[in-house]
Design a protein around this ligand. Sequence first.
Ligand SMILES: Nc1nc2c(c(=O)[nH]1)N(C=O)[C@@H](CNc1ccc(C(=O)N[C@@H](CCC(=O)O)C(=O)O)cc1)CN2
Ligand SMILES: Nc1nc2c(ncn2[C@@H]2O[C@H](COP(=O)(O)OP(=O)(O)OP(=O)(O)O)[C@@H](O)[C@H]2O)c(=O)[nH]1
Ligand SMILES: [Mg+2]
Length: 475
Amino acid sequence: MSKSKLIKLKKLDAKTSPADAGLSHTDRPIAALASGQGAAAVSIIRISGACTFSMLAPFFPKRDEFPEREMTLSSFVDPETGDVVDELMLALFAGPRSFTGEDSAELFCHGGPYIVNRILKSLFQHGCRPAEPGEFTKRAFLNGKVDLTAAEGIRELVEAGSHQQWLAARQLATGRLGQVIEQLRIEIIGAMAYLEARIDFPDEGDTQGVALDHVSDRVKQVLTRVEALQNSYDSGRVASSGLMVTIIGAPNMGKSSLMNALLDKERAIVTDIAGTTRDYLEERCLVKGRLIRLVDTAGIRSTEEVVEKIGVGAAVKLAHEADLVIILTAANASQDELTYFQEAIAAVPTEKCIPVINKIDQVSNDFDFEDKALKISCKTGDGIELLRSDIAARVDGFVGNLKEEPFITSARHATALEDCKSFLLRFFSGIEDGLYEEMLAFELQHAIRALSSIIGDVEHDDLLDRIFSEFCVGK
Ligand SMILES: Nc1nc2c(c(=O)[nH]1)N(C=O)[C@@H](CNc1ccc(C(=O)N[C@@H](CCC(=O)O)C(=O)O)cc1)CN2
Ligand SMILES: Nc1nc2c(ncn2[C@@H]2O[C@H](COP(=O)(O)OP(=O)(O)OP(=O)(O)O)[C@@H](O)[C@H]2O)c(=O)[nH]1
Ligand SMILES: [Mg+2]
């Protein structure tokens, strides 16, 4: 194996820090703890930006050269006191071959809070500034290392706590979605090149009609794929942000108790007073490894006769927002409460609805239950595992086979695709209305811009040139 390149830690000319040497706030290298807070075996401090290497020089006085992209055991010295703060591993990355694309360094130090804070403090005193949240990844994006979807994916990878979140984050972080969007963009740009040719060479005569069909066929294919991506949003959203599960029911049925049981902690206040929960309460949690957003609601009261209708109306509204609605009653519920239960079940679409009877510990074993409902007791825990399995199965139903097809995960992607689609549709109605090529090209340009916004607003003139160079007039 060839020996790796050496990087020199040259001190800046002045016996001063980069800050004193005239580096503005924005030019200064950024530094931050990259690993978790709190005591750890090892912590990682990341540094990135021009002057990273010269900024580090005063901390490693015994050595002025380090191999690139290799860990080297070194003493980190406090230039003020001469204290050896830690024996740590140093890795240097010369830009553009780094995560951010800039000169960068990583310090793997002993993970005590004192050491970490002291190193960071020294770095800030000698020219670094604290990195803003996401700034390393932002720099990677600005330096063209990752597109916007990949940057989003990196953020989601770091937060992923479930298999589905990992799947969703991976397809963003690896650039898979970005590539799909880029392909669609290039397709429209290619179609537009034909249009531009018709604009620039209007007298090429007989092939004109054929060419417009060709453009429209290509755009139609893009539209189909845009719609497929739009349809993937439900799955992608559930994978990435969790299934929204709302618990509704009359007061005192045990909605908050069920929330706590599923969360496995005393989150919601539970009392025997009807009307304890007054507002929505949302908590994220894992159910058999699947992320859900669990929403506890205020019990729907029936103080007057008309209220039942209002109650059912509220259930319909909640059902509309939620991916799954747990409709709760109790084994010892009153006739009114049971009526509400039945009406709510009728009002919520079947595929979104899990009817559940709670408090089965309060009635004898041969009690005649309504067949379809799941029977549980938040008090004894009976039936809770079955409910968990049911919820997990619903998540899997949404997330399905996300492995095969590309999918979108955020409202940002969904909105941009909707924009793109509406411009494509305007393009088609423009053809029907016999609009000039210039106008048609205008719609396509907007569709391209909408796609560009997904991967980051980049100039597409360069791409246009590339496509044009492969393109021959009249073909
Ligand atoms: N120590 C460490 N571990 C880490 C990261 C990191 O920044 N540092 N990562 C941070 O997220 C992830 C890995 N992602 C990375 C992506 C690109 C490059 C990088 O140096 N890219 C160069 C060289 C590529 C090559 O030689 O193959 C480049 O793209 O030019 C490094 C890490 C997870 N683990
Ligand atoms: N015996 C028994 N009591 C239960 C069970 N689940 C809940 N309870 C009790 O029922 C009462 C109401 O429970 P909550 O969870 O506050 O009911 P809720 O539906 O959230 O009520 P509101 O917020 O007022 O709408 C409390 O006293 C709970 O301890 C159960 O499975 N068995
Ligand atoms: Mg409650």
